[in-house]
Design a protein around this ligand. Structure first.
Ligand code: CDV
Length: 329
């Protein structure tokens, strides 16, 4: 019997800074209802799905940014989403800004902020939580940039690793579920940690500007989508997994975010893609048994991996210049 799960990528169009949670949740509820009507059992929303992509805005005092964060889930604002999840009986990936009071590395309980995603079960319980590891951007106001990208200011590096869990996703079908958030998709190490746990469906949300905003070199506009898709397709192929990669898209607070949300199979093929920069649903049937081929052949990790040759990967962060060869005569 095949293990088919119907997956929906629920792309969101822009969320303006002035738009309140209520408006956003209303849009998400409409997408959830349509996903349910189209038979979806798993619905994936973008990174930081409840607000504008606020790391483009500088706040001197971090506490001023608290309105963009969720101190609990469900919260009064997100309760309607949890109610709809139960009503439609779907599983949901939700990206949000998490405010947590918890001990730091010194054991001191303090206010902590993470760029987080959760998988919510059809009964409303949290199945799995992930906190973004690869935080792009900078922590201080950057004069050279036209648009700020202050993720390193607003968030701490995620401290939950890259967890994978096996959970029921459809009648009679359990799946190995993992998560990434936006910039993580560009790092093969992150995918491999999921692959080493036999992940079968990677859910990931993203907010990616359609131009390189660093202003320190030229990157052609059209390469932005290529690099996003290339990373996701390679991650799926090399780890024999499906992925649903879901964008926030369109002109948000005057700045373009690329859309092009995709669902990818374990061969690395795009099997569904968004065509707009608006709220849009794409749906694909994913037969999880297709993960077996790669996992048992080319990417049979137990047979072919050589961790003893990979020590640099965990012992070194930045690259170093290689040894220099010079001709003997
Ligand atoms: N939200 C992100 O992580 N965005 C990054 C941008 C800054 C390049 C990304 O990798 O898409």
């Amino acid at each position: 019997m095949s293990r088919i799960v119907t997956v929906a990528a629920a792309q969101l169009g822009p969320i303006q800074r002035a738009e309140g949670r209520e408006g956003v949740i209303g849009r998400m509820l409409r997408l959830l209802e349509r996903a349910h009507q189209r038979g979806a059992q798993v619905v994936v929303f973008p990174e930081l799905a409840l607000t504008t992509f606020f790391p483009r805005w500088y706040c001197e005092d971090l506490d001023e940014a608290d309105a963009w964060f969720e101190p609990s889930l469900p919260s009064p604002a997100t309760q309607p989403l949890f109610d709809a999840i139960k009503r439609f009986g779907v599983m949901v990936y939700l990206g949000y800004a998490e405010l947590a009071w918890e001990p730091d590395e010194q054991g001191i309980v303090r206010k902590r902020r993470f760029n987080t995603s959760v998988v919510i079960a059809p009964n409303g319980e949290i199945v799995l939580k992930y906190r973004k590891v690869h935080l792009p951007g900078h922590a201080e106001f950057a004069e050279h940039r036209q648009v700020q990208h202050l993720e390193k200011r607003y968030f701490e590096v995620g401290n939950l690793g890259f967890p994978v869990v096996r959970a029921p996703v459809a009648p009679g079908v359990d799946a190995n579920l993992g998560m990434l958030i936006c910039n993580d998709r560009r790092w093969p190490e992150a995918w491999r940690v999921l692959g080493l746990q036999q992940v079968e469906l990677v859910m990931l949300g993203y907010n990616t500007p359609s131009r390189n905003q660093d202003n320190r070199g030229f990157e052609a506009h059209h390469l932005r989508v290529l690099h996003s898709h290339l990373s996701i397709q390679a991650g799926c192929y090399q780890n024999a997994t499906f992925a649903a990669a879901v964008a926030k898209a369109g002109t948000e607070d005057g700045h373009e975010l690329l859309g092009h949300s995709i669902i990818v199979n374990p061969q690395g093929e795009i099997i569904a893609m968004a065509a707009t920069w608006d709220d849009e649903l794409i749906v694909a049937d994913c037969d999880l048994d297709l993960c077996e081929l790669g996992r048992n052949t080319v990417f049979n990790f137990a047979k072919h991996r050589r961790p003893e040759a990979y020590t640099r990967l965990v012992e070194q962060t930045g690259s170093v210049a290689p040894a220099v060869w010079t001709p003997s005569v």
